[in-house]
Design a protein around this ligand. Structure first.
Ligand SMILES: *Cc1c(COP(=O)(O)O)cnc(C)c1O
Length: 428
């Protein structure tokens, strides 16, 4: 018995398939360096003033980057902010949320999607996700609507557009606003239009981990002039400007400093030019993976719905242990042991965070849930989002495509790892 050590699973003492780390994703180059240098040489690193006047909308690079985003995404207004978290806060404030209003949000997303609601003392209500796209389920949204519901935040999670057509229909029926969190799906399309531009307000993150970035940053997009005005105000000390601007609706006109600087915007201008190519490379890698991995029994690879394109921030997979005969956790450990990087078996079940389980947000006494503002008991217990919970507990694995520059060799190695583990499932 002389087993070839290469064929033996690494977790069982065999040789690892992948020996060297994947190259880190880096989209920053000489173009960004040159752009930032010019701004630094000008000495003007921000063109903003926090009062009404010519400098209320920022300096030349802010305006140029916003104009380029408006053209690229084909929207009336693109508004830069210092993070997409800030962008979400500005969006929720802009739609005229009242304290105690309910906003429906999925649990399978980054935590800021839901805390933006709490920021305005409104109440997040979690709706479940679709098993296929991992995006918020229109059916579950409708089940979670109460007479206090004001809005929906839908998330184009992992890079696939949410079912905005259905979500917008529900919103119309119940007179709700819709915000798209498209942080992970810049450039993804739904019937030829960009995800993020199909709802009242949408937007993209520009943090270091996203497809294109400025270190930190975000872009809000909307076709609604009134909402845009309110977001420009929330971005830059609204309370100091509303008087001079003769703004009548003062609700949520508590401004912040959400301004993005000139250096970041000069970098953003260069990054935006690269987005199409970056997406193309990533899609090719994902499609190659899918071509091979889809044949493994019990493994579900990402779907791309008809009429949609995917930005592949994440490569979401599922394991059906009834078919593999081996648990997700054991398979996960075996894949990791082969040297596969960027794999995770947890994504997010926000409703299970201590914040929601203990309902402690502002202060120690349970505000806003214990106050009169919150007009009904909100349930965050395990069981409210069965699809998201099952993925978390037993079926999900995801590959963080966003972390790496994958060569063809890396993709082939990844496929080898999966093939090897699947060839040896009986030995796990
Ligand atoms: C990254 C991300 C955010 C937050 O964006 P920042 O720019 O880091 O504040 C919000 N939602 C989702 C889905 C994200 O991926």
């Amino acid at each position: 018995m002389n087993f070839n050590n290469k064929e033996k699973l690494a977790i069982n003492g065999g040789e690892k398939t992948i020996l060297k780390p994947f190259q880190k994703y880096n989209s920053i180059g000489s173009e960004e360096l040159e752009a930032a240098k010019l701004v630094i040489e000008s000495g003007v690193l921000s063109g903003y003033l926090g009062k009404w006047g010519p400098n209320f909308f920022g300096g030349p690079k802010v305006k140029e980057f916003e104009k380029n985003c408006e053209e690229y995404f084909n929207v009336k207004h693109a508004i830069t902010v210092n993070s997409w978290t800030s962008g979400l806060v500005a969006a929720v404030g802009a739609i005229g949320i009242e304290p105690g209003d309910e906003v429906i949000v999925p649990p399978w997303t980054m935590c800021a999607t839901a805390t933006a609601i709490l920021h305005w003392n409104a109440i997040p209500v979690f709706a479940d996700i679709e098993d296929q796209t991992f995006c918020i389920s229109p059916e579950s949204i409708e089940k979670n609507i109460s007479k206090y519901t004001k809005a929906i935040i839908s998330v184009d999670i992992g890079g696939h557009p949410a079912n905005t057509t259905e979500i917008n229909k529900i919103a119309k029926k119940y007179n709700l606003k819709v915000i798209s969190d498209t942080a992970q799906a810049p450039g993804a399309k739904d019937n030829g239009k960009f995800a993020g531009t199909l709802t009242d307000i949408g937007g993209y993150s520009l943090n270091y981990h996203k497809h294109i970035h400025t270190g930190e940053g975000g872009i809000l997009v909307t076709n609604d002039d009134k909402l845009a005005e309110r977001m420009y105000l929330i971005r830059n000390h609204a309370e100091a400007a509303v008087g001079d601007m003769k703004i009548e609706n003062l609700s949520n006109m508590i401004g912040h400093n959400f301004r993005l600087g000139e250096i970041e915007c000069s970098i953003g201008i260069e990054q935006l030019k690269k987005l199409d190519n970056l997406l193309k490379t990533r899609r090719e890698a994902a499609e190659k993976l899918t071509q091979s991995l889809k044949n493994l029994k019990g493994l579900t690879t990402p779907i791309v719905k008809m009429g949609c394109t995917h930005s592949y921030y994440m490569y979401f997979m599922k394991i059906d242990e009834n078919i593999t005969g081996v648990s997700r956790d054991k398979i996960f450990d075996a894949l990791i042991a082969e040297g596969l990087q960027g794999l995770s078996k947890r994504f997010a079940n926000l409703h299970l965070l201590p914040l929601y389980q203990k309902k402690i947000a502002y202060g120690t006494k349970g505000f806003p849930w214990t106050s009169d503002l919150c007009r009904r008991e909100i349930n965050y217990q395990k069981g409210i989002c069965p699809v998201a919970e099952k993925l978390h507990d037993s079926t999900y694995i995801g590959f963080e495509m966003c972390l790496y520059e994958l060569s063809n060799h890396d993709i082939e190695n990844m496929i080898k790892v999966f093939q090897k583990v699947w060839d040896n499932l009986n030995l796990l």
